[in-house]
Design a protein around this ligand. Structure first.
Ligand SMILES: Nc1nc2c(ncn2[C@@H]2O[C@H](COP(=O)(O)OP(=O)(O)OP(=O)(O)O)[C@@H](O)[C@H]2O)c(=O)[nH]1
Ligand SMILES: [Mg+2]
Length: 353
């Protein structure tokens, strides 16, 4: 049986993915295990992360390999010599996805810089980043906030995950590694959902691209549930995991994963629940995927783009949402199924967050 990696791409869109800094390269490695092997990937680091990239992932090592010393400006200085290498990599890309952990030097310094270059090249630029844990201290958190603000003005859409929201279960006994792994998994689930939606068909790809162009602040939530009404319960769990209110978001990319018996009815039920949470004005793009080994479990990942309209829940439900910046959106709903089941090692336990 064919693996997802071997399936031919349907749409002719060119997607390229770049991991920046230690956390970005770590997410990129994880992603290289699920996303089509035809998607070019590049890991960039001032430290040693480029030495640990999976086969098939290109590496761009910057400076002498000793890192940036946690200084974003030092990382930007080091990078200036390598700009042409990046321009060469992104040549011909329609969409560039950037992955980074914000708060230290390389990710915070280079993500906004690289987003500016990729967007100038005409590619739709989506960044998926994580914010530091509170315990990492005020300086790191301030530096991450600055970097995110810069990114929001240089990338089309910035999907932000907060590490603190990803600690599941008993926070006293949970390990830091487990929390970082959860963060990597959320980032990769969001990117996986977006790449599937972009690669499905030319028409769908175009509407997903329009939805994400100039979308600004974005987020991802996910939930996992088993049994009767697993999909809608997973959606409920996903939204309950955050205090954010997403009513009136500009668009949502929803990816539903289930076992071999996943039915269209179950997917529709999950999507109806998403609609209850975000209202009717949001463009929704849905994909579903059957995974061998998931049994009766369902996992729903929802990427919400354009979430900062600044309205309260009541205002959002009663008013027409002004569309941000220049792109026009018609609320739409489209569902597609990936062509063949993918094999997994067992139930995928994604954190809610
Ligand atoms: N998701 C994930 N996040 C991580 C990981 N390691 C660190 N982080 C988070 O990402 C932030 C940035 O860390 P790194 O990516 O190691 O830093 P860097 O961008 O390489 O920057 P410098 O090493 O200072 O040049 C940290 O503050 C953590 O919150 C990881 O393995 N996975
Ligand atoms: Mg580093």
């Amino acid at each position: 049986m064919m693996k997802l990696k071997e399936l031919p791409k349907v749409a002719t869109i060119e997607i390229k993915i770049i991991g920046i800094g230690g956390a970005g390269c770590s997410s990129l490695n994880r992603l290289s295990e699920t996303v089509s092997s035809e998607v070019p990937m590049l890991g960039i680091d001032t430290g040693s992360a480029t030495a640990h990239l999976n086969d098939g992932v290109e590496a761009l090592s910057i400076g002498n390999g000793f890192g940036s010393g946690g200084d974003p400006e030092a990382a930007v200085d080091l990078f200036s010599e390598y700009e042409s290498r990046l321009i060469e990599f992104i040549d011909g890309a329609d969409v560039v996805i950037l992955l980074a952990g914000l708060g230290r030097g390389t990710g915070s310094g280079l993500a906004p810089e690289i987003a500016r270059l990729t967007r100038d090249s005409g590619a739709l630029t989506i960044a998926a980043v994580n914010m530091p844990f509170e315990f990492e201290g005020r300086l790191r958190n301030q530096s991450a906030t600055r970097a995110r603000e810069l990114l929001e003005s240089s990338a089309d859409a910035v999907i932000t995950m907060c590490n603190d929201d990803l600690v599941v279960g008993d926070t006293m006994s949970g390990s830091l590694n487990a929390a970082l792994q959860n963060s990597d998994m959320s980032i990769t689930a969001a990117v996986h959902a977006i790449t599937l939606a972009l690669e499905s068909s030319p028409e769908r790809s175009e509407s997903v691209q329009v939805s994400l162009t100039n979308a600004g602040a974005s987020a991802v939530v996910s939930g996992v549930f088993t049994g009767l009404h697993a999909g809608s319960n997973a959606v409920q769990q996903a939204f309950a995991s955050t205090s954010n209110n997403f009513v009136g978001a500009r668009s949502a990319v929803v990816h539903v994963e289930g076992g071999i018996g996943l039915s269209l009815g179950q997917v529709a039920e999950a999507v109806a629940k998403v609609r209850e949470e975000i209202g009717l004005d949001t463009a929704v793009h849905v994909s579903s995927e059957r995974l061998i080994g998931m049994g009766r479990e369902m996992k729903v990942t929802i990427v919400l783009a354009g979430i900062d309209s600044g309205l309260t829940r009541e205002e959002k439900f009663t008013s027409i949402i002004p569309v941000r910046r220049e792109a026009t959106i018609t609320p739409l709903e489209s569902v597609f199924d990936t062509p063949a089941p993918r094999r997994t090692r067992g139930p995928v336990l994604l954190p809610t967050g």
